[in-house]
Design a protein. Structure first.
Ligand code: NAD
Length: 492
């Protein structure tokens, strides 16, 4: 049986003082590894190691461009070790192999390269002064930061935390989801191979309620960057107040794709399907609400149905597969429950709606048919609550004003997508929608250079883009007198 353990000072521990948790392949339901988790004593050791590494001369003497150089080497190593990373992620998440090879490995490398290039471009401002002083602002790292990850994109998420944290000069402790620890551990090992000093990237394994709690409450962890559910994000924010820690929270979403009658319907249907069903709908920026102008609703349904018939769901090892299983059993159960709720609420099932039964090795996996619900009303539970599974709720609207009202009616505000050939309308919609990112006549483009700043209950702070780098920097200001004219006290 494979063993996976926490990483301290560049070494993977093969014993740990916390629980032992099984890691399961969601496509097959089979146990693939035993995971040694951290109790609070182990978390203390990890934080001490990170703190010592952060204060070491080796790290403190490294220039920003030196940090960038190490990150460039890390990106090269991600590509060089793509085969192993793909295999681990395939086993751990059941993601289709083509998506991993052609999507997640290149995206991971490009996120790291983006922040490698940005490491020596962190700049403050110099203010003009007539008081015999230089007045300037600057940025500093926080010290030891914690990156807490969800299970949906383990490898991409680890890069999204580690690369900007290190580019800004911090040390980071990663806590992956207990459901998907494998690539975080491998990533930390590649950091050592890239020449990143030992202890700068450590990994604490374990459940949120034990390992996560110890980490966020530790006084030497100065910043928390969390990606996960809104409920846990709220808990972390409340807890962080005790020690006045800075937090970055990337949380849930209930995003809408809005299709107007004048749109390129074929392309809009592709976008709706990719967005709703990639990664079996387990993606924070997925559009799980489909708002269609009523005059084209029936036509759009038939285009969607035809396209869904050609969507290949099944064995993640097959190059042609586009949709895999639910990554966790809990999420599988929740998604089936929501389909039942939809039927009880009076929705119709346009397509899908059932668990999938495979023979052979996939028989015990967590499979759900890509599902489109029609006749959904904007205030139903399936249209307002995050499901995080392959379920798309189709809602009709009359005009632009109604589309905006429905789209903005949920508590979340992460992403949105608008499809129309009317340029003025596309700008009006961009201004009116309360979401952090809006794609017009495109979908999910712009990574890693465009930030995704969550609105409303989708979080606070920002990830990706240059703004995502600044989230790992503390601001400082200084006023330095250069002659005797400098005042003591205000000079207004
Ligand atoms: P989750 O909130 O259950 O867990 C996320 C992480 O937090 C896990 O590592 C978990 O162990 C940890 N955790 C749980 N309780 C904790 C505690 N008390 N203290 C510290 N850590 C704790 O989320 P999940 O089920 O892993 O992921 C799905 C959710 O993540 C969805 O809501 C999805 O929308 C969201 N998500 C958001 C984004 C984004 O960028 N906005 C991206 C991906 C996923």
């Amino acid at each position: 049986m494979n063993i996976v353990g926490p990483v301290i000072d560049g070494k993977q521990l093969e014993i740990a003082s916390g629980d032992i948790v099984e890691v399961i392949n969601p496509a097959t339901g089979k146990v693939i590894a035993q995971q040694y988790c951290c109790d609070s004593e182990c978390v203390d050791k990890i934080v001490s190691s990170s703190k010592a590494a952060y204060h070491s001369e080796e790290w403190q003497n490294l220039s920003p461009s030196g940090r960038g150089y190490l990150l460039m080497k890390l990106a090269d190593l991600i590509e060089a070790h793509a085969g192993k990373l793909v295999d681990l992620e395939l086993q751990d998440t059941g993601k289709p192999i083509s998506q991993l090879k052609n999507g997640e490995i290149p995206l991971t490398a490009s996120i790291i390269r983006f922040y490698a290039g940005a490491a020596d471009k962190i700049e403050g401002r110099v203010k003009s002064s007539s008081t015999g002083t230089f007045q300037f602002t600057m940025y500093e790292p926080y010290g030891v930061v914690a990156g807490i990850l969800p299970w949906n994109y383990p490898l991409v998420n680890v890069a999204m935390k580690v690369a900007p944290a290190l580019a800004a000069g911090n040390a980071i402790i990663i806590k992956p989801s207990v459901d998907t620890p494998l690539t975080s551990v491998e990533f930390a090992k590649l950091c050592i191979e890239a020449g990143i000093p030992k202890g700068i990237v450590n990994v604490a394994l374990g459940k949120g309620s034990s390992t996560g709690e110890s980490l966020i409450g530790h006084p030497d962890v100065k910043k928390i960057s969390f990606t996960g559910s809104t409920a846990i994000g709220q808990h972390i924010q409340r807890k962080a107040v005790d020690q006045m820690k800075s937090v970055n929270l990337e949380l849930g979403g209930k995003n809408a794709i809005i299709v107007f009658a004048d749109a390129d319907l074929d392309k809009a249907a592709d976008a709706a399907i990719i967005s709703a069903f990639v990664n079996a709908g387990q993606l924070c920026v997925s559009c799980s609400r489909l708002l269609v102008q009523d005059s084209i609703a029936e036509e759009f349904k038939s285009i969607l149905k035809e396209k869904l018939d050609n969507l290949s769901v099944g064995n993640p090892n097959d190059e042609g597969t586009l949709v895999g299983p639910m990554i966790t059993k809990a999420q599988y159960d929740i998604t089936l429950e929501y389909i039942k709720i939809a039927i009880d609420e009076g929705c119709n099932i346009l397509t899908g709606g059932k668990k999938m039964n495979f023979a052979d090795s996939l028989a015990d996996g967590w499979w759900i048919e890509p599902t489109i619900l029609s006749d959904v009303k904007a205030d139903m539970r399936v249209a307002t609550e995050e499901i995080f599974g392959p379920v798309l709720s189709m809602i009709s609207f009359k005009d632009e004003a109604e589309a905006v009202t429905i789209s903005n009616s949920v508590i979340y505000g992460l992403s949105g997508s608008v499809w129309t050939k009317d340029g003025s309308r596309s700008m009006r919609m961009t201004k009116s929608l309360n979401t952090g990112i809006i794609w017009v006549n495109c979908m999910m483009d712009g990574y890693p250079q465009i930030p995704v700043p969550p609105h409303k209950m989708s979080g606070t702070g920002v990830e990706l883009g240059v703004e995502g780098l600044m989230a790992y920097c503390k601001q400082k200001s200084a006023v330095v007198a250069y002659d005797d004219k400098a005042p003591v006290g205000w000079n207004l």
